[in-house]
Design a protein around this ligand. Structure first.
Ligand code: AMP
Ligand code: GLY
Length: 423
């Protein structure tokens, strides 16, 4: 029997705990820091998230066999490396491998070197050179801070003015700190996006069912970008033919490329794809599970997640058969009033138990906390109300039926999650 530590405390980590708790191999799950949604699944604990040696001490003391890391920051900062030195097993890439997300310049140069399809790009460390390039190329252009910027370091600039303002903000005003001292400027790609998460042990890579996120805050993809207002899986845009292309032109080549660069990649690799005219290009790689994609992918996974994760760590993924339910899942995010801008916290959330009891429903908690005996909102994205069904339409009806049972002051959500699948 296995004891597990999950690092993180959002909807993605709740989904990981929910799935791992179903494993017959798992006896106990700790989560750090967790949130009220983990009640009954995992024990929430406080650990110094900036001190990996202290975290490793806890893992040794508690005889935890596997640590699973949710957010990218701990991967990029080397949690896996510290744990590996102490012979502790972690599902996730090393710091060198996590650079595939931690540096967009690294990731774009890698794709160029190994001929992995992606948007045309140039990299700048000098503001004047970036300004000249923008004037020469003309818009639309996409400006990206090189380093981690909590999902906010990308500007899709429709006009030259916006593009120039973006490089000014990033490179001169250091809006994202050191992360923006270097920028990637790339060609704007048209098409439909899909997220393909994949399990890998460094040698074998196995994609999960494809998902689609909804980044804009309002219906019909209007308004500013968010961390993701909902997701569904499987995404019909990823046909069998495109899935094969994704494996042959993206996943296998990038795995081989990372190995060739001395950065063997293990864990979950997230490929953000742009699809147009039956062709795939990579928008970005992430070194972790997607949020909210994980909330719709894991409910469809038939195989024991703990066994898959151990196989990824131990290098035996080729021996595993990973199976999926022939069903669909939809997750609708309930957000705090005002999100993604400023929002109020501390409003009591009602109806959680009624919603949770609805057919095929799981209410994943993202930004919640306990205040006295009540559960209140404590983040921008508060809940990921997720449901399965025989198909996307049914899953969506189930998810919205459950969502309607939940109320908190100023709650808002999109009413059109999965619209692309139902066109
Ligand atoms: P990223 O953080 O790189 O995933 O970028 C965030 C979002 O910006 C993506 O999900 C896309 O919607 C958009 N985006 C990024 N790069 C491009 C591009 N080259 N062309 C069009 N849209 C892009
Ligand atoms: N859903 C987007 C991400 O996880 O990066």
């Amino acid at each position: 029997m296995m004891r597990i530590l999950i690092v993180g405390g959002g909807g993605r980590e709740h989904a990981l705990a929910w799935k791992l708790a179903q494993s017959t191999k798992v006896s106990k799950i700790y989560v750090c820091p967790g949130n009220p949604g983990f009640k009954g699944l995992a024990e929430c604990i406080e650990l110094p998230l900036d001190n990996y040696e202290k975290m490793a001490d806890f893992v040794e003391q508690e005889k935890i066999e596997l640590t699973v890391v949710g957010p990218e920051v701990y991967l990029v900062n080397g949690l896996v490396d510290v744990f590996a030195k102490r012979n502790l097993k972690v599902f996730g890439p090393s710091a060198l491998a996590a650079e595939i997300e931690g540096s967009k310049a690294f990731s774009k140069n890698l794709m160029a070197k190994y001929k992995i399809p992606t948007a045309f790009f140039a990299i700048f460390e000098n503001l004047e050179a970036a300004q000249e390039y923008i004037k020469e190329k003309g818009t639309p252009l996409v400006i990206k801070a090189d380093g981690l910027a909590a999902g906010k370091g990308v500007v899709v600039a429709q006009t030259e003015q916006e593009a120039l303002a973006a490089v000014e903000d990033m490179m001169r005003n250091l809006k994202f700190g050191g992360a923006g001292a270097r920028v990637v400027i790339e060609e704007f790609m048209e098409g439909e996006e899909a997220s393909v998460l994949a399990f890998t042990d460094g040698e074998t890579i196995v994609p999960m069912v494809a998902a689609q996120d909804h980044k804009r805050v309002y219906d019909k993809d209007q308004g500013p970008n968010t961390g993701g207002m909902g997701a569904y899986a499987p995404a019909p845009v990823m046909t069998n033919e495109l899935t094969k292309k994704c494996i042959d032109l993206v996943l296998k080549p990038v795995l081989a490329a990372m190995k060739a660069e001395g950065r063997v990649y293990k864990g979950c690799l997230y490929a953000g794809l742009m699809i147009k005219d039956n062709e795939i290009k990579v928008v970005e790689f992430n070194a972790r599970f997607g949020d909210p994609e994980t909330q719709v992918v894991l409910p469809l996974l038939k195989t024991d997640l703990a066994e898959i994760m151990l196989a990824c760590v131990n290098g035996t993924l080729a021996d595993m058969k990973i199976e999926w339910e022939a069903k669909a899942a939809v997750c609708v995010v309930a957000a705090s009033g005002g999100y993604p801008a400023k929002y109020e916290q501390g409003h009591q959330i009602n109806g959680l138990e009624v919603a949770q009891a609805m057919p095929e429903t799981i209410v994943f908690h993202a930004g919640t906390k306990f205040a006295q005996d009540a559960v209140v909102n404590s983040g921008g994205r508060v809940l990921g109300v997720t449901a399965t069904g025989e198909n996307i339409a049914e899953a969506r009806n189930n998810a919205y039926a459950a969502l309607k049972k939940i109320q908190f002051k100023d709650m808002h959500y999109r009413s059109d999650i999965a619209w692309r699948a139902l066109r």
